[in-house]
Write a protein that binds this ligand. Structure first.
Ligand SMILES: [Zn+2]
Length: 113
């Protein structure tokens, strides 16, 4: 991968990271204060709603971790390489999921387990 390409992915990842951090902060605020944004007045609904928000927050945090990991790999000059086999991760994958750390083969193996 060329330096230009790395730069491009780094920028995408940094922007994504910033966006996620903002989203997570917003979700945490809602969870903390129990702000009712949908007007759900039944307790069960509220509990479910809260659960959903926490699940979303968890998903966002996991993605943030993956993005931070990808940025770290850029610093270590390992970005774009599979963490398992060291093979190159195709641009098609990186363009869709820039934080990918597995090549197609290893990804399929990990999903199959
Ligand atoms: Zn691999």
């Amino acid at each position: 991968m060329t330096k230009e390409e790395i730069k491009k992915y780094k920028k995408i990842l940094e922007e994504e990271k910033e966006k996620l951090e903002k989203e997570i902060a917003e979700h945490e605020e809602l969870v903390d204060f129990g702000v009712d944004i949908d007007g759900a007045d039944e307790e069960a609904d509220e509990a479910e709603e809260m659960g959903n928000r926490m699940a979303i927050s968890q998903t966002l945090k996991k993605r943030l971790e993956e993005i931070s990991g990808a940025l770290r790999r850029i610093e270590e000059e390992k970005y774009g390489r599979c963490i398992k086999c060291g093979g190159e991760i195709s641009r098609e994958i990186l363009n869709v999921v820039p934080e990918s750390d597995l090549c197609v083969k290893c990804k399929q193996l990990s999903l199959g387990q």
